[in-house]
Design a protein around this ligand. Sequence first.
Ligand code: FAD
Length: 486
Amino acid sequence: MPRDDRATGPDAPAVVWFRFDLRLSDNPALTAAANSGRPLVGLYVLDETGHGSRPLGAAARWWLAGSLRALQSALARAGVPLILRRGPATAVISAVLRETGAGLIAWNPRPMPAEQAADDSVRDIVAAALPHVAIADGQRRTCLLHDPAAVRGRVFTPFWKTLTAKLAPPPPLPVPRLRAGPRIDSDRLADWRLEPTAPDWAGGLRDTWTPGEAGAASRLASFLDGGIEGYATLRDRPDLAHVSMLSPHLRFGEITPGQVWHTVQMALASGRAATADAEKFLSELGWREFAYNLLHHHPDIAAANLQARFDAFPWQPDDALLRAWQRGATGYPIVDAGMRQLWRTGWMHNRVRMVVASFLVKHLLQDWRAGEAWFWDTLVDADPASNPASWQWVAGCGADAAPYFRIFNPILQGERFDPDGAYVRRFVPELAGLPNAAIHQPWRATPVERAAAGVRLGDTYPAPIVEHTRARNRALAAFGEIKSNA
Ligand code: FAD
């Protein structure tokens, strides 16, 4: 391989390969590239060839478009292009390195096993085909607070206790000084068709979210500006605004858990956040760490039960039941409100995620993988670790799972966590006129109350598709069939 002197000179550009780290701050790969003093070229590769990564669902594709647009403008302010290319990462990267005459390529390590393997093959191919190009891929990890390869946790509480005892995330990196780099051919974002057009179902997503690093920072700031107050107790209330809604920003790497951790520490030190609220909030970030730990040690977590005895579970696949759940037409208001919040905004409150997931796997006896797949397609925060780990947790087949026999009662969950029915009224407006006492069980309203509210069960709103007690007993009996295999 002839040596390319142009590429080894100090003015040979550095290519920064962005993945799920769509930000300028606390970005070790970008900082390493900037510190080399070379002109910079950003690159995003849409690799849909299935090399390891799970193809993004529709809501996540919508988010990706917004996030890339935000990154493109942020880089453009410093004259740095963000080149968009589609195809197998190895081939695209080799081409871009040649076209730019690059002397360096930098990327951040990813915590997912399949993606790590894909990165290894890119490294091998670049090293073999373009030996004059330096590779900076070993910078510190910023997508997680811990290194899953160094810890193995099957039970959350001791896992998080051990981790917090030694947790000292390094201070986040500032945005480096960027040197403008050469522009080469780039795909047009619109041509990737990441956003829906006919039909355009993304109106509710646009109303709810601002993808990108600035959107992430302002979401965190507003959470610390009031939302965190009472988080320890109020985080379970879907009718209130006491959670951060940072999940899609974390998922796309628009903000790092280290940045969140340090900002919360500052809020604690200045008295803006109470200890109980801050600790509870950080422990939720701990669940994210835990999920990535599980993914690292169980790469097939989205497909295989972590507890093998569940392989024999007598699921009863039924497309009509699955569709009723997906559409928010189960006749249980808290379940339907959650599924419609998901459809409209691409996100669902955590408490309600637990309720709807439990309802699908226990009341309806549908395989958790069917629910996981629906969430994967419809959540803007659909995450390769947190989504399957949470589904397995709710289904009872995961690590440190809620026991299968603990079956959420959707009526009591609604009454407890949405006491005035404000959440249900927002997402299931056809029930809005019911009195509070009946909002979580419309069939208990008197005929006069139903008539006054314009509710006709089975017509304007479905009658329950299963009866709670019967469904509960059926689920327990199904579990009884595999219990002895423990
Ligand atoms: P906050 O309460 O503000 O928490 C802060 C951050 O901590 C979140 O942004 C998230 O990154 C992390 N976090 C909080 N709770 C959890 C949890 N239980 N597990 C893992 N991380 C957590 N979260 C995802 O990010 N992506 C998913 O695909 C996903 N799928 C889920 C599926 C089911 C069935 C369930 C029960 C939970 C799922 N979660 C998922 C976890 C959780 O519901 C969301 O992270 C949370 O609702 C996001 O809202 P927030 O940012 O306001 O959370």
